[in-house]
Design a protein around this ligand. Sequence first.
Ligand code: ATP
Ligand code: MG
Length: 299
Amino acid sequence: MTVKSHGAIGGSIVGRGAATPQAAYLPGSEPMNVMDIERVSLSFGGVHALADVSVPAEKEKITAVIGPNGAGKTSLFNVISGFYWPQQGTVKLEGQDITNVRPHRRAFMGIARTFQNVALFRGMTVLDNVKLGAHTGLRSGLLDACLYLGRAKREEAALREQIEGEVISLLEIDHIRHKPVEELPYGLQKRVELARALVMRPKLLLLDEPVAGMNREEKDEMARFILDVRHRWRATVLLIEHDMGMVMDISDHVVVLNFGKQIASGTPEQIKANPDVISAYLGDASSTEQTATAGPDGR
Ligand SMILES: Nc1ncnc2c1ncn2[C@@H]1O[C@H](COP(=O)(O)OP(=O)(O)OP(=O)(O)O)[C@@H](O)[C@H]1O
Ligand SMILES: [Mg+2]
């Protein structure tokens, strides 16, 4: 069974020296990858949530992380966001080692995410929820805002313009901007959560099961929005998703985890044909849970 504990700090730093920022690319050249997760291991007691996992997130590409339930996908996102600290391995953002950087700093540095279970503020409108994301990207914090009202006001106005002009219209949620989020159907709530992440103008967008619980039409819509975000904003996306049809349709690269281990990495076509992946999804005939899960060919 999967333990959902977003926000909790699990694992600990064991056997890792001080983090030394180092470039994974030549000075003056552009890093190929926005993020590099290198040989990360994370255990909870005897449970090896991640064992020697390496995932690159290539600039302006969609990289999917797939695997059966409990494979370690959300744990990987928690390591990237800084909620879990791995016992081994390195997390690099644009070549810089951020393994020891706190979660809120990582958000400032440009890592945004949506959660497996919708995490919106009930009782607040769509617009207010979306604006909460933008606060992370602003130079004026709350204290700042008290001290420098002028600057804060100007930023507020610019922020509003940015939200209205780009994110809200891109995600087609204009008509519901003043609605309390709890009144919205689930599919729209997921879209609002994506909007909140996007107003941070993230370098790296982490999407944890963005279409879970949606009907086919909502799934297709969300897939289109993710592609739009990637094409029009040149976003770099790491995507966790169980819907294999969608993964194979929109991803550039796919990494497969199973019981915390990385069992494959390649293009969607390579992954579909990989015998280890097929057997991880289909399992042996006695495993009803695994046979019920869609295989990597999307069926
Ligand atoms: N905070 C925690 N404490 C203890 N065990 C944990 C914790 N977080 C994750 N785990 C364990 O790590 C393993 C991987 O869990 P994780 O949530 O990362 O899987 P997942 O691939 O996201 O699964 P799903 O597809 O069901 O969301 C599971 O065995 C889970 O029980
Ligand atoms: Mg998960």
